[in-house]
Design a protein around this ligand. Structure first.
Ligand code: TMP
Length: 204
């Protein structure tokens, strides 16, 4: 049995990535793949507790960063690697690119420090494919304005999202072998046609 593939979904808040998660899972199931969907921060019982804390409590940016990696350590150990080893395809709504974008680009933690934590926690694990759902910070801001209960990140100013987006785009440029930038300002049908053909290629 071959190892499953690891797919991650990224983008600034309001990019609409969660809408595409179920499409991606269904598309892969139709190609006869066993699929597990999960998310970060979260994905395990402990990770979900850490998620509640990090999305609601104000804290030092280094505490925030360490919680993201603590949640990730559990997630990798209890969910991601066991599933991949069983041949299951894992789709995670966010992974480490989010830490480089939000805690790095958004909050100003140096990349080298994040890289140290990444090496420590991931032991070489990287996604096989990452979809970066890209929208402008203006569009993200407009979309979030419809939401009544915004979490601690979603309440950040447009400036913050601009830095997060720039940092995501820098990573997409640096890791072209696994990251695909998806223009998420388009209609859903057009986006899903593009996703479908990228997934078909990965599944071959
Ligand atoms: P979500 O709304 O996409 O589920 O993500 C929750 C928030 O957590 C989102 O605003 C981005 C943030 N986040 C980080 O700041 N760093 C991380 O490493 C991850 C995984 C998420």
């Amino acid at each position: 049995m071959s190892r499953g593939k690891f797919i991650t979904l990224e983008g600034i808040d309001g990019a609409g990535k969660s809408t595409h998660l179920s499409f991606i899972a269904e598309h892969l199931r139709a190609l006869d793949k066993a699929v597990l969907t999960t998310r970060e921060p979260g994905g395990t019982p402990l990770g979900e507790m850490l998620r509640d804390m990090v999305l609601s409590q104000s804290m030092h940016v280094e505490t925030e960063t360490l919680i993201m990696f603590a949640s990730r350590r559990e997630h990798i150990d209890k969910v991601i690697v066991p599933a991949l080893e069983k041949g299951i395809w894992v789709i995670s709504d966010r992974f480490t690119d989010a830490t480089f974008a939000y805690q790095g680009g958004g909050r100003g933690i140096a990349n080298e420090r994040l890289k140290l934590l990444e090496d420590w926690v991931q032991n070489g694990l990287q996604p096989d494919l990452t979809f970066l759902f890209d929208v402008s910070s203006e569009l993200s801001h407009q979309r979030l304005a419809f939401n009544q209960s915004l979490d601690r990140f979603e309440q950040e100013k447009q400036d913050f999202f601009k830095r997060v987006r720039d940092s995501y785009l820098d990573r997409a440029h640096a890791f072209q072998h696994r990251m695909r930038v998806i223009d998420a300002s388009r209609g859903i049908a057009e986006i899903q046609t593009e996703l479908g053909s990228l997934l078909d290629t990965l599944a071959q």
